[in-house]
Design a protein around this ligand. Structure first.
Ligand code: ADP
Ligand code: ASP
Ligand code: MG
Length: 439
């Protein structure tokens, strides 16, 4: 989808505007997350990173997030205003955080003698679908940005997270963490040599370093693994940013904005490179462990074990746009009927219960049980493709610690286990040691 939709912008940027300046080293996108722009002092620090790259002769586009905590505040205000608010107005509100940061960074850069201007999503424009609150980028028109790099050596400071729906002209946002996706989309559109995601950790770790103190920084992670890590809970990158990077072959580097701008060796910046599998020389069996507490479990007790039952259950859930993830079926206590257990996103838990209660007559079950206090722990590694028994080791290790597994799903390069939420940290650390990931 993206290949086609980015094409016009790419053609304009690369075709009509050939690179001329011999002093240009590379074209870079630098993205700074909320904690990196938490206040004006932090923004000054960001500006020093930007100046370093500009002084090295690079053409630079910046993508910024809202200041730490400000999107949460904006979301809360929408909820306070009305629990059932208009999604278009929600976007109008929550997109404002990025506008503040982009303007402030442009001001600070200008004060340092760096030519810069801010860009809101609609000004570029970053065209998106009209799925307010979770829109997808359709196209980034990079022509003007590129022209200004070349004619004025001007740094583009772009508001992440936001775009515009071309038909309605309304502001859209890309879902929480969406500035990562903005950055990779801009990188694809301007054909950047690299997209640097600056955050509060110095790379992608074998697990969330806040939970696993012994987690190690990874030098390189394959796109496919990063896709799994991100979609299974490692929020260091938004899932769609990784998808986009994979489709457009954007080299993504996750690095720390807290490293002193002047201490960085431009030749070998530290951080984690997200790249093609072929670039990774030493492939471990397990690369990382992710976890998510945003799951809820639903069990339907004593359903008739006959054809059509799964359709009767999952059909109405699909119609209600509720994603079902892990599914387990086992024989009920009476030996004659079956129990079906599955997970849905925690945010959809109540809705899913309502849908199933309404469909009770057509499904035919005795009881509905639900649990919100569950967590999904996932083990990810491309090496699993060629190694058997990786999951079995985990089952044993968790059993030894008295952790009960409620559901399991597997795919080629990952498996996920549903457990009681209270055991999340213990399970993650146990598996981290088990697979030799500890520092
Ligand atoms: P930003 O505001 O810069 O976008 P985020 O908070 O969205 O930053 O993402 C960075 C956070 O992601 C880190 O502080 C870390 O706690 C968390 N994280 C989760 N899993 C991982 C992982 N495997 N590697 C690195 N960070 C991770
Ligand atoms: N400010 C938005 C959020 O907090 C987007 C982002 O930071 O990536 O979700
Ligand atoms: Mg983020």
């Amino acid at each position: 989808m993206y290949t086609r939709l980015f094409a016009p912008a790419l053609a304009t940027a690369a075709g009509a505007l050939p690179r001329v300046s011999p002093s240009v080293m590379s074209r870079l996108v630098l993205k700074f997350g909320g904690s990196s722009v938490a206040d004006v002092e932090h923004i000054r620090n960001v500006a020093r990173h930007v100046k370093r790259e500009v002084d090295a002769g690079h053409e630079v586009a910046i993508v910024v997030s809202a200041m730490a905590g400000s999107t949460d505040q904006l979301v809360q205000w929408c909820r306070d205003a009305s629990p059932l608010h208009d999604a278009r107005e929600y976007d109008a509100v929550v997109a404002s955080g990025e506008q503040v940061t982009a303007g402030l960074l442009a001001i600070v850069l200008q004060g340092m003698g760096v030519s810069a201007r801010s860009w809101q999503g609609w000004q570029i424009p970053v065209s998106t679908t009209n799925a307010h609150g979770g829109a997808r980028i359709l196209e980034v028109n990079a022509a003007e940005l590129v022209r200004r790099f070349q004619e004025r050596r001007e740094v583009a400071v772009i508001c992440g997270f936001q775009g515009i729906h071309p038909e309605t002209g309304r502001i859209t946002t890309l879902g929480r963490g969406g500035s990562d996706t903005s950055a990779v989309a801009v990188a694809a559109a301007i054909r950047a040599d690299r997209c640097d995601i600056y955050t509060d950790v110095d790379g992608v770790y074998t697990s969330d370093p806040r939970v696993v103190p012994k987690a190690r920084r990874l030098e390189k992670v394959a796109f496919e693994e990063m896709l799994e890590l991100a979609s299974l809970g490692a929020k260091v990158l938004q899932v769609r940013s990784v998808e986009l990077g994979m489709v457009h072959n954007v080299r993504i580097c996750v690095r720390s904005s807290f490293e002193k701008p002047d201490d960085i060796d431009p030749g070998s910046p530290s951080g984690t490179l997200i790249c093609d599998e072929e670039e990774i020389v030493e492939q471990q069996v397990v690369t990382g462990i992710a976890f998510s507490k945003d799951e809820a479990q639903i069990s339907i007790r004593r359903v008739q074990d006959k054809p059509g039952v799964a359709a009767a259950i999952f059909g109405p859930l699909a119609e209600a746009n509720i994603n079902v993830d892990m599914i387990v079926q086992n024989v009920s206590g009476d030996g004659a009927t079956t129990d079906l257990t599955f997970t849905v996103p925690a945010a959809d838990f109540q809705r899913a219960n309502d849908v199933l209660t309404r469909s009770r007559a057509s499904i035919g079950y005795e009881r509905l049980d639900g649990a919100n206090d569950v967590a999904k722990v996932s083990v990810i590694g491309i090496g699993m493709r060629s190694h058997a028994g990786v999951a079995a080791q985990a089952f044993r290790a968790l059993a030894e610690r008295g952790i009960n597994i409620r559901a399991i799903t597997t795919s080629e390069i990952k498996f996920s286990l549903l457990i009681e939420a209270a055991y999340t940290e213990l399970a993650v650390r146990t598996l981290h040691s088990l697979y030799g990931l500890d520092r």
